[in-house]
Design a protein around this ligand. Structure first.
Ligand SMILES: [Zn+2]
Length: 120
């Protein structure tokens, strides 16, 4: 499953962060998923729950932020939000564009309980 392999990679990153920072418990994972990442957001929470079992992410909440498609125009260098394909530059009408965003699948941030408490 596509989503499973992506989430496995995400977990490797999280586990590295957990080890490096002596994190006791991950409370929330904020994930950024581009519209072009070709995943079903609904299945991500399910997979997350499976992979989290027995790790410091067990019981953590998964937040999925859907990222828009952005592109740059090769003709006039305009950056714009893509709505459907083909991507057409709204400034000059060119179809010669390249995608700059919307394929993300990454951890934006973690909310955690750290081993060493800071003084509030
Ligand atoms: Zn343009």
């Amino acid at each position: 499953m596509h989503e499973m392999s992506l989430m496995s990679e995400v977990f490797e990153i999280i586990n590295q962060t957990v080890e490096t920072n002596n994190i006791r418990q991950v409370k929330k994972v904020n994930l950024q998923v581009g519209r072009l990442a070709n995943v079903a957001p609904d299945s991500l929470s399910f997979i997350f729950g499976i992979l989290a079992q027995g790790t410091k992410c067990q019981g953590a909440c998964l937040m999925v932020e859907e990222m828009p498609v952005t592109a740059n125009c090769l003709t006039c260098d305009q950056e714009f939000h893509g709505e459907g394909f083909p991507l057409i530059c709204p400034a000059c009408g060119s179809r010669e564009t390249y995608i700059t965003g919307g394929t993300e699948f990454r951890v934006a941030s973690l909310e955690v309980d750290e081993e060493v408490k800071s003084n509030n």
